[in-house]
Structures are given as C-alpha cells and as structure tokens.
Design a protein around this ligand. Structure first.
Ligand SMILES: C[S@@+](CC[C@H](N)C(=O)[O-])C[C@H]1O[C@@H](n2cnc3c(N)ncnc32)[C@H](O)[C@@H]1O
Length: 277
C-alpha cells in the first residue's frame, strides 16, 4: 500500500466510499465561510482532513472506527507503541482478527489495544476494507502486502493536530441535530442507496442503511435547512434519490467506482451532490 507521497494529514484508514478522489469536485461547491464543520458519516474523513477545520463535530456509528479517532486524539503515544508490536504475517493477522469472536475477551481490551487492532488490520487486510458479517465480526481476509504502512507516525501526528478541537461522537447521524446551528457546514456522505438490490457495499456495521434510513436522513437534511446551515450531501445517481431531493439543488458528477468484487464493474459512475444553497 502506498502512502509516502500522500499529503498530510490524510485518512488513517482506507475506507469504503472514501472521498479522496472526489475532493476537488466537492470543494468547488463549498461555501467560502462557515462556522463549525459537521460530518455525521465521517468514515475515513477524507474531506475533513483536507479542509482541516478549526472546529468540527465528527460522527459515525462504527464503534471501532470512532474509538480510533478518540485514541489518536487522546493517547497517540500509547497507540504508536502498540502499533509497532503488530506483524504483517498471515497467522498473526488471523489471530488478531479472531479476537472479536470472543466478546468476553474483547471487552477486556483497552481502547488503545482495540484502536491498534483496527488500524493494523485495515492496512494489512485485503483491499484495506472494513467489513463485518451479520454478527458484526470483522471478516476481511489477509491482504499479502509486502510492506504495509500500519504505523504511519508522521501522518498520525498530523491527524492528532487536526483532531485537537474536534468533538468525536459514536452514534447515529441524527446526533448532529444536537449540535448544528445557523452558519455551520454539514457534509453528509451516507452509505449510498444501491443501484440494484445486490450491487452496493453496505458492510460498515452489521446494520443496513435502507430506504427508511435514506428518508430519515432527508428529514434531518430538511430540518438543518430550516436552521440555516449549509448542507452538502453525496449519494448515488438514481430515481429514488433524485425524487427525494427534488426540491434542492442537485449536481451530477462522475466518480470512479472503487468497491466492487467484479473488477469489470469498476468503471466510472454518476453520483450526485445535493446542496441547499
Ligand atoms: C460512505 S462512508 C463515509 C466515507 C467518508 N466520507 C470518507 O471519506 O471516508 C459512510 C459511513 O457512514 C457510517 N454509517 C452508516 N450508518 C450510519 C448511521 N446510521 N449513522 C452514522 N454513521 C453511519 C459508516 O460506518 C461509514 O463510515
């Protein structure tokens, strides 16, 4: 896995649906001035790390991911020490992966140990994916990378600096309603509405993000609009999403599709950006 030439700070995990390749397309639509930056589906936080806002609220319902953000913010030295103990070896990887199958044991792990496990596995697993099965257990196979950078101290230090004033929350996207006020910028990057029943990757957590969740998200979007926030939302280009947001400004962009088990289906696809301004 590459990283040496990446700008810092950049996402400390490779994340399905990560927005690094779309940053320039999104950036041109951002307001020049805003108060707090709020990202309710932060994932790897590509846009957040690019913008480096002075004040931010970051939310995600993936417990292990949010634990990593908190540990990087609060105990980076401890994390780096633990990361250095990991090994890029197949048997070792599977031993570490199996730990969440024994919840009693896993619960005894400290936050730092859990964060180091998540970051290590993200760098050493196949395709750098975070994916869990229906029981919530991490199930990505070993990646066989020659020299994966799972302890990128330089980037982690830069990430910690940006997180200094960030409010980091493990929870549902609706949590943003407790924080957002007039003039804040909200970037919603939810799991995309699937183009077909089987097409989309939705394994970030064991819960699915179906039509009901997209509609619930629309209600939150509407409420934040009433409050006078700047809102920008990414999603797939399809009838359901176009109809849901028909009263707002919709911009169609082209994106490279990265996550598909079938390499022949990794071409360019249309996506939308929905704006309320
Ligand atoms: C498309 S990814 C975000 C990618 C991110 N923009 C990036 O650059 O890496 C969607 C994220 O939403 C999170 N998620 C799924 N359902 C959620 C919910 N109900 N509330 C909050 N976060 C949720 C997933 O854990 C995942 O990290």
């Amino acid at each position: 896995m590459k990283n040496k030439t990446s700008p810092i700070p950049h996402p400390f995990v490779k994340w399905a649906g990560g927005k690094r390749q779309l940053i320039s397309k999104i950036e041109r639509y951002l307001p020049k001035k805003y108060n707090t930056y709020i990202e309710p589906f932060v994932g790897g936080g590509a846009l957040f790390f690019h913008l480096k806002p002075l004040e931010a609220t970051l939310i995600d319902n993936n417990k292990e991911l949010i634990n990593c953000y908190k540990v990087i913010k609060n105990d980076l030295a401890g994390l780096i020490e633990m990361l250095k103990l990991h090994k890029n070896e197949k048997d070792y990887y599977y031993r570490i992966r199996e730990i969440d199958r024994n919840q009693e044991e896993f619960k005894k792990w400290s936050d730092v140990e859990r964060a180091s496990r998540t970051i290590y596995m993200n760098r050493c697993c196949y395709n750098g994916l975070y994916r869990v099965n229906s029981k919530g257990f991490f199930n990505v196979p070993f990646g066989r990378y020659k020299n994966p950078l799972f302890c990128d101290e330089k980037n982690l230090n830069a990430v910690q600096k940006v997180l200094k004033n960030a409010n980091i929350i493990w929870g549902d996207f609706e949590e943003c309603l407790h924080f957002a006020t007039k003039g804040d910028l909200i970037y919603f990057d939810p799991p995309y509405h699937p183009l077909s029943d089987t097409a989309n990757f939705t394994g970030y957590t064991k819960d699915n993000f179906g039509k009901g969740s997209q509609e619930r998200l629309f209600d939150v979007f509407d409420e934040l609009n009433r409050r006078g926030c700047f809102i920008i939302l990414s999603n797939s280009y399809n009838e359901f999403i176009l109809e849901l947001y028909e009263s707002y400004r919709i911009i169609v962009i082209n994106a490279k599709r990265a996550i598909n088990s079938d390499p022949t289906k990794r071409g360019e696809i249309k996506e939308v950006l929905v704006l309320n301004y």
